[in-house]
Ligand binder design. Structure first.
Ligand code: DOR
Length: 425
């Protein structure tokens, strides 16, 4: 089955070029001012062709929480957001700390067949923070990124040991930075709002202490460490300093930490409760600056679906997290004026490298290259309609918001998985 994308601007190594793209047998077969007919014709007028996005941070909830999302529904949400690969977070039930669970997640991804599901492995058994997972065995099964996301590894000695092993195994450790003794009961950022509201706050320090600790551990172990969902100006400062020393550190930021502030929690609406919490305007400005100067490598969604009955609980009981896959591009382009090349770097090329899948994803389109692509209208204005989302859950704070930038088509492994904004399966 061949596919042609016509009328779009392609972001290539040489710059932006007005080219048609023909895809056959899973690769880009031809690029030129006019390519021959194909079985499926896609209109790319007013659009850019980019490498398919890669999300370093998606909670797909399967196994264990299939009422909020499944690998299939999460994959569908992913392709609608332009993603061709999702790193599946390990806080499933059972957790992704054994080869059978890893293989199950990978297989469910293949069954859904919409994009590549890349399972992450736990750093510690059951994410309990007490004993290391069988990291070598998981690495042999192809796991390249390890994390206890949902919580950070609290014990510095255990983290040091994980870092030492990770060097030997050539894998990346991704840290959820939160010193949990500082965040007990916290529902939002520790700030004047949290004091006014009389609710326990989550101080910036709880994140920054762990960022600092892991940078110091990286210095003595040489481990590759990736910082998940950074949310404070102090964290950006620490990572900038560490990178200046040449340490192999990478970091990500979410669309919600670039666009929403702590003040929204004044409503006591748990749709805004997320971990780490929404922060101040000054933090947002520092995160944006960090992203633009390369201190922060990637944009990652932290897509965290939750069923309505859980999210409707009072603020202190509701679980943290919000949807992200279908709105990521629109939210990011609404708050940052990025070029198509910057989008390709932040949402595709760099995350693909960090996830260890750069031979299949994240490459700028070229003849012979993999046909994992998205076709996006960077200017398109649209409003998020709750019922139009493919995710099984609805916990997005962006309902009713006008966004700029929309995915029109997504092509995975040469197959059209989204055609004109509609998922094909
Ligand atoms: O808000 C969050 N939700 N942060 C996390 O670290 C975990 C996630 C979830 O699994 O719901």
């Amino acid at each position: 089955m061949s596919v042609a994308i016509r009328g779009a601007v392609v972001v290539t190594k040489r710059g932006e070029e007005r080219l048609d793209v023909k895809i056959a047998e899973g690769v880009i077969a031809e690029m030129g001012t006019s390519v021959g007919p194909a079985d499926i014709e896609l209109d790319g007028t007013k659009c850019h062709v980019l490498p398919g996005f890669v999300d370093l941070h998606a909670h797909l909830r399967e196994p264990g929480k299939e009422d909020s999302e499944t690998i299939e529904t999460g994959s569908r949400a992913g392709v609608l957001g332009g993603y061709t690969a999702l790193v599946a977070m390990p806080n499933t039930n059972p957790a992704q700390d054994s080869v059978p669970v890893i293989e199950f997640v990978r297989l469910q991804g293949q069954r859904a067949g919409l994009l590549e599901v890349v399972p992450s492995g736990c750093i510690t058994v059951g994410r309990a923070g007490t004993a290391l997972s069988p990291m070598a065995e998981l690495a042999r099964a192809g796991v390249q990124i390890f994390t206890d996301d949902g919580s950070g590894v609290q014990d510095p000695a255990l983290m040091r040991r994980a870092m030492e092993y990770s060097r030997e195994l050539g894998i990346t450790l991704a840290q959820h930075c939160e010193v949990s003794s500082l965040t007990v009961g916290a529902v939002m950022n520790e700030c004047s709002c949290s004091s006014d509201m009389g609710v326990p706050g989550w101080p910036a320090l709880a994140e920054e202490l762990m960022v600092h600790r892991d940078i110091e551990l990286a210095k003595i172990t040489g481990a590759r460490i990736h910082f998940l969902h950074l949310s404070t100006a102090g964290s950006v400062h620490l990572v900038r300093q560490a990178k200046a020393l040449g340490l192999p550190i990478t970091a990500e930021v979410t669309p919600h930490h670039l666009s929403l502030t702590e003040k929204l929690l004044r409503s006591f609406d748990s749709v805004y409760k997320v971990n780490p919490p929404l922060r101040s305007v000054a933090d947002i400005e520092a995160l944006k600056a960090g992203l633009l100067d390369g201190t922060i490598d990637a944009i990652a969604t932290d897509h965290a679906p939750h069923v309505r009955r859980d999210k409707e609980l009072p603020l202190d009981q509701a679980p943290p997290g919000m949807l992200g896959l279908e709105t990521a591009l629109g939210v990011v382009l609404s708050v940052l004026d990025l070029t198509p090349l910057q989008v390709a770097e932040m949402m595709s090329a760099r995350p693909a490298k960090i996830a260890g899948i750069a031979e299949r994803h994240g490459m700028l389109p070229e003849v012979g290259g993999p046909a994992n692509l998205c076709v996006v209208d960077m200017q398109k204005e649209w409003t998020v309609e709750p019922r139009s989302l493919a995710s099984k859950s609805t916990n997005t704070p962006y309902v009713g918001r006008a966004l700029r930038g929309k995915v029109r088509h997504t092509i995975f492994d040469g197959h059209v998985v989204v055609n004109d904004g509609k998922a094909m399966r």
